[in-house]
Design a protein around this ligand. Sequence first.
Ligand code: NAD
Length: 253
Amino acid sequence: MNRVKGKVCVITGGARGLGLAAAEALLAEGAKVLITDLDVATGEAEAKRLGNNARFRQQDSTQPEQWNDVLDGVIAEWGRLDVLVNNAGIGSFIDVEKVTLESWQRTLDVNLNGVFLGTQAAIARMKAQGGSIINMASIEGLLGDGMLPAYNASKGGVRIFTRSAAIHCARSGYPIRINAVCPGFVDTQLVASAIGALSPEVAQTLAAKTMARIPMGRFAKPAEIATAVLFLASDEASYVTGSDLVVDGGMTA
Ligand SMILES: NC(=O)c1ccc[n+]([C@@H]2O[C@H](COP(=O)([O-])OP(=O)(O)OC[C@H]3O[C@@H](n4cnc5c(N)ncnc54)[C@H](O)[C@@H]3O)[C@@H](O)[C@H]2O)c1
């Protein structure tokens, strides 16, 4: 019940999917959680459902100035910032020949630049008192996929950026740990929408091929990724920094 008792956490993209599941897991173990998202209606409704220790704030994680408002706001209300989960992300299936520059740039902007902005803003506020920054990467940052060039580039970038920032903080003597979580395929709207945008035939083939690559033979549930976030947020992970925590049903084994 108390694995993260009293810790103040911010989760981007927390209105649904993995971010919402992480919020539920952290709240169940005693944290206070601010979820942020572009989707105001869902975010507000979920924060209300989550109870007294949850809040929602609208944020586009790609906008630098909004980071100051979000993090200073949470410190003004709850007095500290212990955990940042850079979770907001987007993705779509389209190969390197067809992907547009606009789609490439938007994917990098949300999945990588937003993580950089959040990490930089959080380090500035955590370096005296300490904290844990958790960046949502993916097994798509470990393996190439012919249909995910921008997503692969962004998630590979998140993994190696996470290491750089973790080394910097540890070497500087800041009590800040920074890690990446690399989920495999999870049942969320992101995956459903990406597959749904394909023609039915292509979608069926892709779904079957993907399932065949997972030794456990199923997608993860969001709560099964949230437990990895919870571990990295907690003091149980006090010697873990600069790591990738892979949670993929054996897919990359
Ligand atoms: N679902 C999977 O299989 C899977 C696997 C590996 C990694 N991931 C990663 O996990 C994270 C969450 O994915 P999910 O499956 O829960 O996705 P999702 O689409 O269900 O939820 C993502 C949330 O992020 C929000 N969002 C998008 N852009 C934003 C922005 N610029 N600022 C703030 N919020 C924004 C969306 O509104 C949405 O509520 C992403 O980084 C994703 O790449 C997902």
